[in-house]
Design a protein around this ligand. Structure first.
Ligand code: TMP
Length: 203
């Protein structure tokens, strides 16, 4: 039994990744893979409790970062690693690139801190494919405003914050070009699906 593949979705809030989750999942299942769809922060009962705190409760930046990685450790131990070892595939709406982008870029925590936690918690595990949905922040903000009644702690941040988040995602997409594929989210849903299909078929 070969190990399953691990796919993650990333992007600034409002960039449209969540609207593609179900379609990607359906395509992967149609290709014959047993798939687990999950998200971060979250994915386990403890992770979902931490998500509630992370999205609503004001806290120190380092507390926020540690809780993101605590939820991630639980997610890896209870769900992601056992699934991959069984040969199942895992599709996660966000993973560690989000910590580099939001806690590192958005909030200004040093990259080394995040790398240290990444090494500790993941012990070398990286996604096989990351789909980064990219969109100018002004457009993403408009989409978000139209779809969100009560914005969370991250969604309430200003344009400058999201521009810093986007910049880190773009830098990481360049630095890890084999793993991270940039999807131009200003294209139509049909055009995006054609691009997604190509990436899904090549991993
Ligand atoms: P979501 O709205 O895409 O479900 O993600 C929840 C929020 O959590 C989103 O605004 C990004 C943020 N986040 C981080 O700041 N760091 C992380 O490591 C992760 C996984 C998410």
């Amino acid at each position: 039994m070969s190990r399953g593949k691990f796919i993650t979705l990333e992007g600034v809030d409002g960039a449209g990744k969540s609207s593609h989750v179900e379609w990607i999942a359906a395509r992967l299942r149609a290709l014959g893979h047993t798939l687990i769809v999950t998200r971060e922060p979250g994915g386990t009962p403890l992770g979902e409790s931490l998500r509630e705190l992370l999205l609503r409760e004001p806290m120190h930046l380092e507390t926020e970062t540690l809780l993101m990685f605590a939820a991630r450790r639980e997610h890896l131990a209870k769900l992601i690693l056992p699934a991959l070892e069984r040969g199942d595939w895992v599709l996660s709406d966000r993973f560690t690139d989000a910590s580099f982008a939001y806690q590192g870029g958005g909030r200004g925590l040093g990259e080394q801190r995040i790398s240290d936690l990444e090494n500790w918690v993941q012990q070398g595990l990286q996604p096989d494919l990351t789909l980064f949905f990219d969109l100018p922040v002004e457009v993403a903000r408009q989409r978000l405003a139209a779809s969100t009644a009560s914005p969370d702690r991250f969604e309430q941040e200003d344009l400058a914050f999201f521009n810093r988040v986007r910049k880190v995602y773009q830098e990481r997409a360049l630095a890890y070009a084999t793993r991270i594929k940039v999807i131009d989210s200003s294209k139509s849903i049909e055009e995006i699906r054609v691009i997604l299909e190509r990436y899904i078929l090549t991993i």
